[in-house]
Design a protein around this ligand. Structure first.
Ligand SMILES: [Fe+2]
Length: 124
C-alpha cells in the first residue's frame, strides 16, 4: 500500500498534544476503495431506552485488513463532543464496537484509527 495518498478533506485535531489529521469522505459514490475501506460503517438501532450505534469498518463491502502489519487499533464515539467510549483492538480482533447513545447533541461522531493510515471519521 502506498503512503503517498492525498487527503483533500482532512482536518487536523489535537490528541494528547499531538496534531493528527482526521480523514472523512464526502460522497460514498466517488470515494476510492482506499477511503471506503477505512471509513466507519454506522448502523443506528432504536431501543426502548435510546439508541445503539453499531460500528464496523469499511463501506460497500470493502473491508479493512486486520493483520499484525496493518490493523484498526481503536474505534471511539462522541455524542457531539462528549466522549462515549473507546474500544481497542489487536490484530486478531474483529474491529467492531457498539455504543449506547442518548443523542443529546444531535450528532454522533465515530472515529477509527488505522495503524498505518490514521484516523477516519463518520457521523450520523
Ligand atoms: Fe489502513
Amino acid at each position: 500500500m502506498s503512503n503517498d495518498v492525498s487527503f483533500d478533506n482532512a482536518v487536523t485535531e489535537i490528541n494528547e498534544g499531538v496534531a493528527q489529521e482526521v480523514h472523512s469522505i464526502e460522497d460514498v459514490e466517488t470515494a476510492s476503495d482506499f477511503e471506503l475501506k477505512h471509513t466507519p460503517r454506522l448502523e443506528v438501532i432504536e431501543g426502548s431506552k435510546g439508541q445503539t450505534v453499531k460500528v464496523g469498518i469499511g463501506l460497500k463491502g470493502i473491508t479493512h485488513p486486520q493483520t499484525e502489519e496493518h490493523y484498526i487499533e481503536w474505534i471511539r464515539a462522541f455524542d457531539g463532543t462528549e466522549p462515549l467510549g473507546t474500544v481497542s483492538f489487536g490484530p486478531a480482533d474483529a474491529p467492531v464496537a457498539e455504543f449506547e447513545v442518548k443523542r443529546t447533541s444531535g450528532q454522533i461522531v465515530v472515529q477509527a484509527l488505522c495503524n498505518l493510515h490514521g484516523i477516519w471519521e463518520a457521523r450520523v
